[in-house]
Design a protein around this ligand. Sequence first.
Ligand code: SME
Length: 150
Amino acid sequence: MIMPYDDILSELSGLFEGEHDAIANAANAAAVLWQHLPDINWAGFYFLKGGELVLGPFQGKPACIRIGLHQGVCGAAASRRESLVVADVHEFPGHIACDGASNAEIVVPLLRGDTLLGVLDIDSPRHGRFTEEDRAGCEAVARAYVASLA
Ligand code: SME
């Protein structure tokens, strides 16, 4: 499979250059992921606000707006502060089905040092869509995004 993260990171580096706005940079990151990654049906951000994850910029169908830190794949990745690659979301206890077409998911926490800012979430209709290379690529995207906010 084509692993387009070099292109994604290179494009984001240009888009983030000189821009620190959290919403603007998340919106462009979601758009770039959406354009480059095959077989996905949702890509976007949730931000930690008032102790829960609140929907941020995304591409795909409308999604659930608020997710508790112990709900779903997003809440699990956020509370554990670690990336989760889920081959079959229907096997994941508490998975939140925003789009019935989703079968696989990757969620990467956005961390500034020890501080959790939110998560990057990507869904796919294809079981087992996300690999360790996707984990490394999405973690690099998350790091680039957090670094852009400084
Ligand atoms: N499936 C996620 C909810 C967010 S949507 O996928 C956009 C979850 O279980 O946390």
